[in-house]
Design a protein around this ligand. Structure first.
Ligand code: IMP
Length: 174
């Protein structure tokens, strides 16, 4: 691990506090209904694990494997489904959980992919948002943190599959 390239942006305590608050906010918006949480892999796995514990009530967990970066630090805009959902989502209240929305291309693609499957509702929760890079307008109902245009790693986010296990979010300087 090249520690000297990392600068902590959001430490463990700040992440825990914000994720807890997001969980409460999400449960309040949905009310007392079952929520199907759709975790977008791989980046959201750690956020999703903490978030579902904070949401409480009836929650189902589904996984959607997506690859959009192909190992680099720039989005190509090409989204590849590497693992589809195992169950239908028709008639269910769905919450897509993403690690970061950057250009918005991935989330725009996913929203359209999932909408046609007939969920009762579809909302998006992202831990991080880089609004400055948006190339397409896409609805994101719950945002953890808006961050500047920096490449970040940790807490599930990777660079070439590394750094996902950091318990904090750090800016990576090449
Ligand atoms: P978008 O399609 O440009 O919005 O990119 C979304 C995906 O790109 C996210 O799900 C991440 O996997 C990846 N991504 C975007 N920015 C970063 C970053 O700063 N660090 C790590 N992955 C990123």
């Amino acid at each position: 691990m090249q520690q000297e390239r990392l600068k902590v942006l959001l430490d463990e305590e700040i992440l825990a506090q914000r994720v807890k608050a997001m969980g409460l906010e999400i449960r309040e918006v949905y009310g007392d209904v079952p929520i199907t949480v759709i975790a977008v892999l791989k980046g959201s796995f750690m956020f999703m694990a903490d978030l579902v514990r904070a949401i409480g009530g009836d929650v189902k967990v589904e996984f959607l494997g997506v690859s959009s970066y192909h190992g680099g630090t720039r989005s190509t805009g090409a989204v590849k489904i590497t693992q589809d959902l195992r169950h239908p989502i028709e008639g269910q209240h769905c919450l897509v959980v993403e690690d970061i929305v950057d250009t918005g291309l991935t989330m725009d693609y996913l929203r359209r992919l999932l909408e046609v499957r007939g969920p009762k509702s579809l909302r998006v929760a992202t831990l991080l948002d880089k609004p400055i890079n948006r190339e397409i307008e896409v609805a994101v109902e719950f945002v953890g943190f808006s961050i500047p245009d920096e490449f970040v790693v940790g807490y599930g986010l990777d660079l070439g599959e590394l750094y996902r296990n950091l318990p904090y979010i750090a800016v990576y300087t090449p």
